[in-house]
Write a protein that binds this ligand. Structure first.
Ligand code: G3I
Length: 348
């Protein structure tokens, strides 16, 4: 029998992938067979985001999300909803009135409630858990100045959890964010989880997105976040795991010289050098072993995509990169770090 990820990790955590609409609609049969074979959990990469599923105030678009949920249901998978409230890919109308001005706090609360209730009710009993609020806190621990925060204030988060629990009392509810190893952000989330619990609200898990790189985070900070989040009593989930194989580009770097820019955009025009690939695999092996070490508190690992060619990282932080962040390469072959691990040949 073929060694699979879902069998290998069955006593540790569920193992999943973010799924694009093209895949659900049958346009990528290779990705379909990989996902069906290896994963027991899926999350929608884009189709449940506000601008997609609720593009205008009285218009919901269900086709893609329905197909995604059917895909998971047909395969008996754990289905994760992503995401109910997020400043990015928020439908343009959501926080505005007809003149383009911000709506009042009361109006925005009502819209949040309607949106959360309508979306969750449609998939009640089918979705295992929801990313209720995505990316609400900045690295320094302050609140992101999103429309929700600007109009309602901090209260928008407990309200969102209240509305979500009312809509589907059986669904798990999560907070989700990136850079969760940064101390200021870690501390702010610990405080927020405790605050939600103190108010008697349901919160089941904290999502550490884990869009990581070859040089960040360091494993001590990463582990510290796993432990401190778990100590608040919630489950810990690695919700969007991928690891760029390319040198980190400083955000905001302004490269006016086009040769330097191209070198930064595509540092390996002849493909990923063997030593970089070996380093990438070794680091991913350590990352997976860190998760296994904490499998008593980590309940899910989700990769943000299936094979390298479909990763958002090929467009980030600039278009036209060629990155190698996922467990399968562009030919849909499982990479050594994972193949060795599930074959029982892990280096550690
Ligand atoms: O659907 C349109 C298509 O019609 C159009 O032709 C094309 C042209 O650019 O754009 C398509 O939309 C793109 C969409 O992905 C689907 O491919 C958007 O431009 C693009 O912005 C969007 O990017 C997504 C990104 O979230 C948006 O912020 C990525 O696929 C998705 O992987 C990424 O996922 C996020 C998580 O939700 C939250 N955490 C970070 C993570 C990575 O950014």
């Amino acid at each position: 029998p073929v060694a699979t990820m879902k069998d290998y990790f069955k006593n540790d955590f569920t193992i999943g992938a973010a799924i694009p609409v093209s895949h659900v609609n049958g346009a990528d049969p290779k990705a379909d067979s990989i996902v069906t074979l290896h994963y027991n959990s899926i999350v929608a990469e884009n189709c449940m985001k506000c601008e997609k599923i609720h593009p205008e105030e009285n218009v919901y678009f269900w086709d893609d999300a329905d197909a995604f949920v059917k895909y998971g249901t047909d395969r008996g998978m754990e289905i994760i909803g992503h995401t109910l409230l997020w400043h990015s890919q928020l439908a343009p109308w959501f926080a505005k009135d007809s003149l383009g001005n911000n709506v009042s706090a009361d109006v925005l609360k009502q819209r949040m409630k309607d949106h959360i209730t309508t979306v969750m009710t449609r998939y009640k009993g089918k979705i295992h858990g929801w990313d209720v609020v995505n990316e609400a806190i900045l690295d320094d621990g302050s609140y992101r100045k999103s429309p929700f925060y600007e109009i309602i204030g901090e209260e928008f988060i407990p309200l969102a959890f209240q509305y979500a629990h009312e809509a589907d009392p059986d669904a798990e509810l999560y907070l989700n964010d990136f850079s969760m190893s940064v101390p200021g952000k870690r501390d702010a989330y610990v405080k927020l989880i405790k605050d939600l619990k103190a108010r008697g609200l349901r919160i089941d898990g904290i999502g550490m997105q884990s869009h990581i790189g070859m040089d960040y985070p360091n494993m001590e900070d990463y582990e510290k976040s796993i432990v401190e989040f778990a100590n608040t009593g919630v489950n810990v989930m690695m919700t969007e795991l991928d690891m760029s194989a390319l040198p980190t580009v400083q955000m905001g770097a302004n490269i006016s010289d086009s040769v330097a820019f191209n070198a930064m955009r595509n540092p390996y025009p002849d493909g990923l050098p063997a030593e970089v690939s070996a380093h990438w695999n070794a680091r991913m092996d350590s990352v997976m072993n860190l998760y296994r070490k904490h499998s008593d508190v980590i309940t899910r690992i989700t990769f943000w995509g299936t094979q390298d060619g479909m990763s958002w990282k090929n467009d980030f932080p600039m278009h036209g990169r060629t990155d190698y962040p996922l467990p399968f390469d562009r030919e849909y072959n499982l990479k050594p770090f994972m193949q060795n691990m599930i074959n029982g040949e892990s280096s550690s």
